[in-house]
Write a protein that binds this ligand. Structure first.
Ligand code: ADP
Length: 194
């Protein structure tokens, strides 16, 4: 298996690069944000529980998030690998993911951080907002999500850096150029397995 985490602030281009990555390496894409949005859209029990906290731009609790992630991973026992997107966002989630991978006799092979400054992210999201009109993209929620990332989520990075599992790619440039760099990094994870 090849298991990769793509990491970066809202608006870094994780969605675009994820699509390219899953195709090239034949990975199952698991985005916790997409999963939560699916649950809220479909009005499931889980959706009802997380709707308010999501709309405020704050993080859903680790318990709920980890349980949902685990279920999604276990639904896909035969895949070539996973691309985790939006997860982990806390050290507790990172530890839970390592345990889960270990229980499957595999591991997280590496983390790709798409690095984009806070200023650039704010510019990009303002543009995306005018096209997509995502419910949680309203101004104050957006501010909250960006603050959440640069204030808290980034604290997960040292967990992986200390274990030499972190690679940083500059997220500013052309889609193709960035993907080329990301591919080189992913090829390195593949070679360095397990
Ligand atoms: P963004 O576009 O800000 O990167 P996502 O689409 O990944 O956000 O997630 C949207 C929302 O879903 C988050 O603001 C948060 O409320 C919730 N969420 C997603 N992933 C996680 C996670 N790993 N832990 C806690 N909450 C999460």
């Amino acid at each position: 298996m090849l298991n990769i985490i793509i990491f970066g602030p809202p608006g870094a281009g994780k969605g675009t690069q994820s699509e390219l990555l899953i195709e090239k390496y034949n990975l199952k894409h698991i985005s916790t944000g997409d999963l939560f949005r699916w649950h809220t859209r479909n009005g499931t029990e889980l959706g009802k529980r997380v709707k308010e906290i999501m709309n405020s731009g704050n993080l859903v609790s680790d318990d709920i998030t980890i349980a949902m992630l685990k279920e999604e991973v276990e639904k896909n026992p035969d895949v070539n690998g996973f691309l985790f997107d939006g997860f982990p966002r806390t050290v507790a989630q990172a530890e839970a993911l390592d345990k889960l991978m270990e229980s499957m006799n595999t591991s997280v092979h590496g983390v790709i951080e798409l690095k984009v400054s806070e200023e650039e992210v704010r510019k990009r999201i303002a543009k995306r907002k005018s096209i997509e009109n995502r419910a949680d993209d309203e101004e104050e929620k957006l501010n909250q999500r960006i603050s959440e990332y640069f204030g808290k989520t980034v604290h997960v990075l040292p967990y992986y850096r200390d274990q030499n599992r972190l690679k940083t790619v500059n997220g500013i440039g052309s889609i193709e150029g960035i993907f080329e760099e990301i591919s080189q990094v992913a090829d390195g994870f593949e070679v360095a397995k397990p």
